[in-house]
Design a protein. Structure first.
Length: 198
């Protein structure tokens, strides 16, 4: 199973390392359209959202990613990746891919000095506590349409899912815990099964 990680900027190496610890998974760096065509799911990592968005356009990946996700390919955005896929950025006048029914606020939890870690049980993901690392993190101010809240932290939405799209304001790739990567892999396998049946 090939899982792509957008490798333009940010914590893509950490996601690749996490994926490499899962059985029967090949992590693929995605920098070009032809690499995107060889993966069954895509992760957009944390980093600097404006830089990632600019590089997406320069590498002509914006439209191919949008098309594949709207046709069902699973997509997971972590931190900056969540900003990239949101339909609305409440404290900015622009948007990037604009495909998920969420409104996000950039750097909502504060700057680098306001970064923090916590733990939470997320019943739809796992019945045990999962470590959560927030670094200059955004939060989701509202969801609509088919988007559903997965997790709230301190009264703020920190994760949401909309069909084949997953968004988290925290960084699972910066912990030893693989729960979210396994969850995304499950989403990808479900999509692949549907494609085979179709």
């Amino acid at each position: 199973m090939n899982i792509g990680v957008l490798a333009l900027q940010g914590s893509y190496k950490e996601h690749i390392e996490s994926l490499s610890r899962l059985e029967n998974v090949c992590a693929v760096e995605v920098k070009k359209t032809e690499q995107l065509n060889n993966v069954s799911g895509l992760i957009i990592p944390g980093g600097e959202s404006t830089t990632i968005g600019k590089l997406l356009r320069e590498c002509q990946l914006e439209e191919p990613i949008r098309e594949k996700v709207l046709n069902g390919m699973p997509l997971w955005g972590t931190c900056a990746g969540m900003i990239i896929i949101a339909k609305e950025i409440t404290n900015a006048s622009y948007r990037h891919l604009g495909i998920m029914d969420i409104a996000v606020r950039r750097n909502a939890y504060g700057g680098q000095l306001d970064s923090f870690s916590t733990k939470a049980v997320i019943p739809s993901i796992a019945e045990y506590e999962i470590p959560l690392v927030f670094i200059r993190a955004p939060w989701i101010e509202r969801v609509w349409g088919n988007a559903e809240v997965v997790l709230s932290v301190e009264g703020r939405i920190a994760a949401a899912r909309q069909g084949n799209m997953l968004a988290t304001s925290f960084h699972p790739e910066l912990t030893e815990d693989l729960t979210f990567h396994r969850y995304f892999l499950k989403m990808v396998r479900e999509f692949s099964s549907l494609m085979l049946c179709g």
